[in-house]
Design a protein around this ligand. Structure first.
Ligand SMILES: [Zn+2]
Length: 73
C-alpha cells in the first residue's frame, strides 16, 4: 500500500485531460447555465437570466476541474 507521502495530487494538465468548465446557478430559482469552458459564456447566461428576472440577484458558480493522483517521482 502506498503511503500518503508517496503520492502527489495535482490538477490534470495532460493534453487529453478534460477541460475545466464553469457553470452558474441562480440562487433564487435554481436554474442553471449550460456548462462551458469559457466563463464569459456562463456570465452571458447569468446576465440574460438577471435581465429576464430582475429580482434574482444571487448566483453560485461551480468549477469542474480534473485532478490526478500519481506516485511521487
Ligand atoms: Zn433565477
Amino acid at each position: 500500500m502506498l503511503g500518503r507521502s508517496l503520492l502527489v495530487s495535482e490538477p490534470d494538465r495532460a493534453a487529453d485531460a478534460p477541460a475545466m468548465t464553469h457553470r452558474i446557478r441562480c440562487d433564487t430559482c435554481g436554474q442553471r447555465s449550460p456548462r462551458h469552458v469559457e466563463f464569459g459564456r456562463v456570465q452571458d447566461w447569468q446576465l440574460r437570466h438577471a435581465a429576464a428576472n430582475p429580482t434574482h440577484h444571487g448566483y453560485t458558480e461551480t468549477l469542474t476541474r480534473p485532478w490526478v493522483v500519481s506516485p511521487r517521482p
